[in-house]
Design a protein around this ligand. Structure first.
Ligand SMILES: [Fe+2]
Ligand SMILES: [Fe+2]
Length: 178
């Protein structure tokens, strides 16, 4: 994961597109919240934004709007694992609007960027059908990122378990020798 983040920061053309967003104090608060497993909201948005940029550029779509909106798409700024106002489980349906409202206070968003943020949970949020092709791009890339983050965590846990198993065998040999 860190290798990918480093690679993203090395792509200066991409970084220029989102530089004002990633330097913004409110946006940086996303580093304090976990999105999927160990990945922070900030890193999740950065990776999603980068893949949106790559895909849209390759397919002659509006890569600037897509990258900028993707960087803001999860700017909800709370721990979604905890109850909000006594209710839990609505996060999937409500956070696009929260992220949009937060983003709209900080940046001037064009119509496409608004749609990309507000509709990114489609088709889970079945009534929020994306209007632009770039909005569909984020709906797919967002889910792909969530899956990659889950796989990364599973691999990490598996290698940790394996390391513990080797350590256990090694210590057992030491004890037996004594
Ligand atoms: Fe989201
Ligand atoms: Fe997301």
């Amino acid at each position: 994961m860190q290798d990918l983040i480093n690679k993203i920061y090395e792509d200066t053309y991409f970084i220029d597109i989102v530089s004002d967003i990633i330097k913004n104090k409110t946006v940086l608060q996303m580093k304090n919240y976990r999105q999927h497993y160990e990945t922070t909201c900030f890193d999740h948005c950065l990776v999603a934004s980068y893949y949106c940029y790559k895909y849209c550029k390759k397919h002659n779509l509006d890569y600037i709007s897509c990258a900028r909106a993707a960087m803001l798409h999860d700017l909800f700024l709370y721990d979604w694992r905890k109850r909000i106002n006594g209710r839990k489980g609505l996060h999937a349906f409500t956070h696009p609007k929260t992220a949009y409202e937060n983003a709209n206070k900080l940046f001037i968003l064009n119509d496409k960027e608004k749609d990309i943020i507000l509709k990114h949970m489609w088709p889970i949020n079945i009534f929020e059908m994306p209007k632009y092709r770039e909005s569909f791009v984020l709906t797919i890339i967002d889910k792909r990122c969530a899956i990659s983050e889950a796989i990364y965590q599973m691999r990490k846990q598996y290698s940790q378990k394996r390391a513990f198993r080797f350590l256990y065998i090694f210590l057992s040999f030491l004890i037996l020798k004594i």
